[in-house]
Design a protein around this ligand. Structure first.
Ligand SMILES: [Zn+2]
Length: 64
């Protein structure tokens, strides 16, 4: 058993990432194929960042 350094959630030793907040639990190389939830979360964050960036660019181009 170990604890997430960020949110203090209790996690089994088999976890590479906190399943609550996604914090990596150690700095070893990550096997992405074993972390489908993490991969999905990253994808949604990238999609969100893309939307934010588009918003910023539109704001700049409109001269505000
Ligand atoms: Zn956590």
């Amino acid at each position: 058993m170990k604890n997430c350094p960020t949110c203090k959630a209790e996690l089994g030793d088999e976890y590479s990432f906190c399943n609550t907040c996604g914090t990596p639990l150690f700095l070893a190389p990550i096997d992405a194929s074993r972390s489908p939830v993490r991969k999905k979360r990253v994808t949604s964050i990238l999609a969100y960042a893309g939307e934010m960036l588009a918003d910023i660019i539109i704001t700049i181009l409109s001269g505000v």
